[in-house]
Design a protein around this ligand. Structure first.
Ligand code: HEM
Ligand code: HEM
Length: 435
């Protein structure tokens, strides 16, 4: 009876049934294991991509269901009713789970764009931010509902198939035999379970509270490392310059703000005369790196420029300014770039340029210099030292240097997306300059 065509679902229905089942296994496993901070960014994008795919496939499936004859029901009575109820709830779940997920993303204050599979831009729904939390709860609850339906559905199918020995699963199998269906069912479980344990091991911090708890120690550890580095640097340099430069630096520090206030566009007025100007040669780099829960996240700025007037032998007269086009910040992929340039991080459209202007430059010996200055970024201006080394001589120099920026002071990375990010961002630059 079950072997003939009428008693089986149409091939389109069977294809959609198993595609969606496999996709659901993956999306749920990823959903529960993806870290809810920036380190889970790629998994989040994958979760959203598969989730939207499920939504689209479900719409196709419902249209298919309404336009194609399904085989007659074989279960009657209470179990028949239960089976149908599970099917109806499954359809509701397959629509509502992705819709609530989509609404969560749309109502998030982080405003993270969705780029399906890194390629297709997906719009936001018009949902108010105030609903975000409720939607998150609903989305999670629906996932558990889906799991419960899955257990009931599979238990029912297996019961029917094995207790009645009527090849029931053959109704929903690619081949007429139920074996392929059983194999696909096992595949669904293996995919979901495998992904869950594999990702769970790869990303041990699965839920938000755990992630928050670990942020502080990670941050502290990184801060400690950076402080140690800085202390190490200073120790080294102090040996060379103590007594000489330290007081000079302090007094210059004091005069620097006055100078800026009194003369917004100061010309060098020091007896040593105007320092020579240097032209930054193409091919330089300006990179940044930040620790994200133990992994370094790296990126760079493609567009930046600067004006440098400095006599390497008499750095106290130096005037340096650097302009960085924030929209040229790049990381791994288009979505990450968009997030980086977006409101939560660099806010490139509101304040397109970050500038750094030197106030005093002091030699630390051996071609090393320390420059005090002001960094203006995202509407905040704050003192920001940098250190750099000059090599070469005559009319050409190679410059390489570093700055450690406290991103929180500039409100770069404010939401939960940045919760795994260390507070300090290391900036490294290298370029050649000619006179
Ligand atoms: C059938 C489709 C989907 C299922 C079964 C599903 C399932 C899940 C699960 C199990 C979680 C983890 C819940 C938690 O740990 O709190 C989750 C989280 C999440 N999902 Fe989905 N998801 C689906 C589709 C989507 C779609 C289409 C989007 C967005 C376009 C999305 C966005 C999210 C977001 C933003 C979170 C994190 C919520 C939070 O911060 O707690 N999901 N999803
Ligand atoms: C998350 C995974 C799954 C979902 C969302 C799902 C959903 C559904 C839905 C909605 C139907 C009803 C089709 C209709 O009449 O319109 C159905 C039928 C069916 N499913 Fe699944 N299913 C899943 C996994 C499985 C697995 C793992 C098996 C086998 C072990 C299975 C076996 C069947 C069978 C045999 C039918 C036909 C039932 C009948 O003829 O009354 N399904 N499934």
């Amino acid at each position: 009876m079950l072997g003939n065509r009428v008693d089986r679902y149409s091939s389109g229905a069977i294809l959609l049934h198993w595609l969606i089942a496999l996709a659901l296994a993956a999306v749920i496993a990823i959903g529960f294991t993806m870290p809810k901070d920036a380190s889970g960014f790629q998994l989040f994008q994958l979760h959203k991509s598969i989730g939207i795919t499920i939504l689209v496939l479900t719409v196709v499936r419902i249209v298919w269901r309404l336009t194609h004859k399904r085989p007659d029901k074989v279960e009657r009575g209470l179990t028949g009713f239960l089976a149908s109820a599970v099917h109806v709830l499954f359809y509701a779940f397959m629509l509502l789970a992705p819709l609530t997920g989509w609404a969560v993303v749309s109502s998030s204050e982080l405003d993270i764009p969705t780029l399906l599979y890194g390629v297709v831009p997906w719009p936001h729904l018009p949902v108010p931010q105030s609903l975000n939390h409720t939607l998150e709860e609903a989305h999670e609850l629906l996932a558990f509902l889906g799991l419960a339906l899955f257990v009931l559905h599979v238990a029912g199918a297996l019961r029917h198939h094995f207790l009645r020995g009527d090849n029931f699963i053959g109704r929903m199998s690619p081949g007429a035999s139920g074996a392929t269906g059983l194999l696909l069912g096992a595949g669904v479980v293996a995919l979901g379970g495998g992904l869950f344990f594999w990702l769970g091991a790869a990303y041990p911090k699965t839920d938000a509270p755990a992630a928050e708890e670990t942020v502080a120690p990670t941050d502290e550890a990184t801060d400690a490392a950076v402080t140690e580095e800085a202390a190490g640097d200073e120790e080294g340099s102090e040996e060379e310059v103590t007594g000489d430069d330290a007081p000079a630096e302090a007094s210059e520090d004091e005069t620097a703000p006055e100078e800026e206030a009194a003369e917004p566009d100061p010309e060098p007025t020091v007896a040593a005369g105007p320092p020579p100007s240097w032209t930054i040669q193409p091919g330089g780099s300006l990179r940044f790196s930040v620790d994200n829960s133990g992994t370094a996240m790296n990126g760079s700025f493609g567009q930046w420029s600067g004006n440098i007037a400095m006599d390497p032998d008499n750095p106290s007269t130096a005037q340096i300014s650097i302009n960085i086009q924030l929209a040229s910040a790049t990381m791994n992929d288009a979505t990450q770039n968009e997030m980086l340039r977006g409101a939560e991080f660099l806010a490139a459209s509101a304040n397109p340029t970050a500038t750094w202007r030197s106030s005093s430059v002091t030699s630390q010996g051996g071609g090393r210099y320390r420059a005090e200055g002001t960094l203006s970024l995202k509407g905040v201006s704050r003192s920001q030292p940098i250190t750099f080394t000059l090599s070469g001589n005559g009319n050409s120099r190679s410059v390489s240097g570093q700055a450690t920026i406290d991103r929180n002071a500039f409100s770069v990375g404010t939401g939960p997306n940045a919760s795994g990010l260390a507070g300090n961002v290391t900036l490294n630059f290298a370029f050649d300059a000619t006179r």
